[in-house]
Design a protein around this ligand. Structure first.
Ligand SMILES: [Zn+2]
Length: 224
């Protein structure tokens, strides 16, 4: 204080720079801790090869897009199939996700596996169906019995190389991801998938979403 009771200019500027420094340090750590990755929930669905769609829906059948979904180029189609397990348990209305792929695969949550009486649903990244559960698909024009193809999708993070740099991770890393909100949950073993065709998203199945109380627009963050 100066003699007249006012704050001396020099002291004032020291106080301001101290406060600003403190704020900036806190600001940085707050930024790092932000929930910035959208959480997206995958319902049970199938991916089909050209040959599989031919069998189920007829030669050269073209899927009808209902809406675009998360990752660029992928879409939910109007067409659905019936899934039948070796125990003759059925789930109807399982949506086909396009475009066609070079493998046929059924992605289920564990609750679906219980409904179907599948004993051991392996957790896999999409496309890795070797040794997975047998399953039958039925469409309006025919059926297809797969000796393997039913999986539980491994929870994963889609991101671009730029995102990977920002979040300091690389393709194939396994990280922990925390969801925001009431009943926020920490998911371990989240596999990072980096591609320049990706859009930033944390993908979980319906069981995982229910456990973490995911409804509507929810964000997540990587724990380091
Ligand atoms: Zn995904």
């Amino acid at each position: 204080m100066s003699e007249n009771g006012l704050i001396n200019n020099q002291i004032l500027s020291e106080i301001i720079s101290e406060v600003v420094c403190k704020y900036m340090v806190e600001g940085e750590s707050v930024l790092e801790q932000e929930y910035s990755i959208p959480v997206e929930v995958s319902r049970r669905h199938v991916h089909l090869t050209r040959a599989a769609l031919d069998t189920l829906y007829g030669q050269n059948y073209q899927l009808t897009k209902v809406r675009d979904i998360s990752q660029p180029g992928e879409f939910a189609s109007e067409e659905k199939v019936i899934v039948i397990s070796p125990k003759m348990k059925i789930i109807e209305g399982v949506r086909i996700v396009g475009p066609l792929r070079d493998y046929t695969q059924v992605e289920l949550a564990l609750t679906d596996a219980f409904l179907l009486g599948l004993s051991a649903l392996p957790t896999r990244l999409s496309g890795d169906v070797t040794g997975s559960q047998p399953i039958t698909l039925v469409g309006p024009k025919g059926s297809l019995t797969l000796t393997e193809g039913a999986i539980r999708a491994a929870r994963h993070l889609h991101m671009t190389p730029q995102d990977a740099e920002k979040y300091k991770v690389k393709n194939g890393d396994r990280v922990k991801v925390e969801t925001e909100g009431e009943n926020g949950t920490i998911f371990k073993d989240v596999i990072v998938r980096v591609s320049d065709k990706s859009k930033l998203a944390f993908h979980i199945d319906t069981d995982e979403a229910n456990a973490a109380n995911i409804k509507g627009s929810v964000f997540s963050k990587i724990l380091y």
